[in-house]
Design a protein around this ligand. Structure first.
Ligand SMILES: [Zn+2]
Length: 109
């Protein structure tokens, strides 16, 4: 049985599904979205950009990596899911639209 993990801003109720939890007993080793043939999460540029934008957007907020089975894991919550498909969610494309962090050389800060 697969165990899933979310990165959640518990202040804003925004979450990013990290995928299947690959673990060694109790401790996660890494997370994987998609099938075994899909690239590792770190190699998916759009996902990587979403993660970095989330870290910027939620600076100083309580970010928590919540593993399925933890008491606060709730995939059915009304949290806004980045990359989710419900009306409450935001697609990766919309989330990253006009984000200057995608090509920082272009804005020379
Ligand atoms: Zn936040």
């Amino acid at each position: 049985m697969s165990v899933y993990t979310d990165l959640v801003c518990t202040q804003c109720d925004v979450r990013l599904w990290l995928g299947k939890t690959i673990h060694d007993g109790h401790q996660p080793i890494y997370y994987h979205r998609g099938s075994a043939e899909d690239p590792p999460n770190w190699a998916i540029g759009e996902l990587n950009a979403v993660l970095w934008k989330m870290l910027a957007d939620h600076a100083r907020h309580p970010l928590k990596v919540i593993v399925e089975g933890d008491s606060d894991y709730n995939p059915d919550s009304d949290a806004t899911e980045l990359g989710g498909v419900s009306d409450l969610d935001v697609s990766f494309t919309d989330y990253l639209r006009d984000w200057p962090g995608r090509s920082p050389g272009a804005d020379n800060r």
